[in-house]
Design a protein around this ligand. Structure first.
Ligand SMILES: *Cc1c(COP(=O)(O)O)cnc(C)c1O
Length: 418
């Protein structure tokens, strides 16, 4: 075995770098800007960079693939940065949020409540009040919450807009995170839904239909198609039992993105075609229903890059460590500590040597005093030294806002939309 092969045999694969990133003078460019220029403009590292052009391209491709009848909503929790929200407001038909804090961000940005729905278990009375005042549709997760919505609506003299979130009796095959099927803290078990809707209508609420969310990070079109079929069947069954047409149906989402070696992009053309066919043959209860899906990571995940600077390079027991000024406090998911069963490498590159050939196997780590703080394990990368920038891709969703930024007193990363 040559030395090169011996080295290769110890490497762990990196995830696939998303389309749309080029090199300028050998460096990674994001939205036409060199990584080093972005770091200089930001005045410090680490930083998240989100690309407008990539957000636009993703939305355009999705629009082209999906039936016209389908509204496309953005699930704010994937990336609630105000600049991202402001940009997405021009692209999507609505926003789905999951807390009063997210509602406050949308209100600051100036999003009309008529385009917002609010899901999530454990909504506090003050969050329900703020939502009703803003004309937001509440996706009710329980009987208690429905009763609170009626009570607060009556107090305010505002008819609350209420949809019911259903805990379906199925989940999404192959999804990375299951959020339906069996005992769950989300939604109301399907068989209890018609009675609650009757109560809401009798109580004077504006019943806005159903919300059926089954899972996240699905990469298999067939699984998504099958689930959407079940969702439509279930919604029709519930509407039939209620004895009214369903005003609106949020079909969930769960479209995944390729984070790891071997992952293939989701075939949205197949999903759009299957959905179009279903929409052409809807039962009476759903014929006039406003249809929507809500997507988070699929819309924003691949449009973001996390850039951190190498501050040290050291050897230990024959392994090389590139130590960066970033880490799991900003990119928890890339470290493998955000719901992963087995740690695998995200797509990672040396941003300042983006077009150079890989020549060595290194561990890219963060600056936190914990062995959990790894950004890439035994990655084959170009030679990098102190001062070089490391890029972690797929950082546009569940990065800055889903990581413990205060751990070890590190504080937040800079976030830029370019
Ligand atoms: C988290 C969540 C989403 C977004 O999930 P992604 O995997 O980012 O698309 C959408 N809807 C609900 C109800 C959620 O909880």
């Amino acid at each position: 075995m040559s030395r090169r092969e011996a080295r290769n045999s110890g490497a762990k694969p990196l995830g696939p770098i998303p389309a749309g990133f080029d090199g300028i003078d050998g460096e990674l460019a994001i939205g036409g800007h060199r990584a080093s220029d972005l770091a200089e403009d930001a005045g410090d590292t680490p930083l998240f960079v989100y690309s407008r052009a990539l957000l636009d391209a993703r939305m355009a491709a999705l629009r082209a693939a999906m039936p016209d009848k389908l509204a496309l909503h953005y699930a704010v929790k994937a990336n609630p940065h105000p600049d991202v929200i402001r940009h997405m407001a021009r692209l999507v038909d609505g926003f789905d949020l999951a807390s009063g804090g997210e509602l406050a961000i949308l209100q600051d940005v100036g999003i009309d409540g008529a385009h917002i729905s609010f899901a999530g278990p454990g909504k506090r009375p003050r969050e329900i009040r703020a939502a009703i005042e803003a004309g937001v549709t509440l996706n009710c997760e329980s009987e208690t919450e429905a009763a609170r919505a009626l009570e607060i609506g009556a107090e305010l003299g505002i008819q609350p807009k209420v949809a019911v979130r259903v805990n379906p009796d199925f989940d999404m095959r192959g999804s990375g995170m299951k959020m339906g099927g069996g005992a769950k803290q989300f939604g109301l078990d399907a068989e209890r839904v018609p009675a609650l809707i009757a109560k809401l209508i009798a109580g004077g609420a504006d019943w806005r239909g159903l919300h059926i969310y089954t899972g996240s990070q699905a990469l298999e079109a067939e699984a998504v198609i099958e689930t959407q079929g079940h969702v439509l069947d279930l919604a029709a069954r519930i509407a039939c039992e209620v004895g009214r047409p369903c005003p609106a149906l949020n079909l969930g989402g769960g479209f995944g993105i390729p984070y790891f070696a071997g992952n293939e992009p989701l075939d949205i053309t197949a999903i759009g075609a299957a959905l179009g066919e279903r929409f052409d043959n809807l039962p009476e209860e759903l014929a006039e229903t406003d249809m929507a899906i809500e997507l988070g990571r699929y819309l924003v995940g691949e449009a973001g890059v996390y850039l951190a600077r190498i501050v040290d390079r050291k050897e230990s027991h024959g392994e090389t460590f590139l130590i960066t000024d970033g880490g799991l406090h900003h990119q928890l998911a890339a470290s493998g500590n955000f719901g992963a069963v087995v740690r695998r490498n995200y797509p990672v590159a040396i941003a300042s040597k983006f077009t150079a050939q890989p020549v060595e196997i290194v561990n890219v780590v963060g600056c936190l005093c914990t062995p959990l703080d790894r950004l890439a394990d035994k990655a084959e990368l170009p030679r990098a030294d102190v001062g070089d920038l490391v890029a972690v891709f797929c950082a546009g969703a569940y990065g800055a806002s889903a990581s413990p930024m205060h751990f070890l007193g590190q504080g937040p990363a800079i976030e830029l939309l370019v």
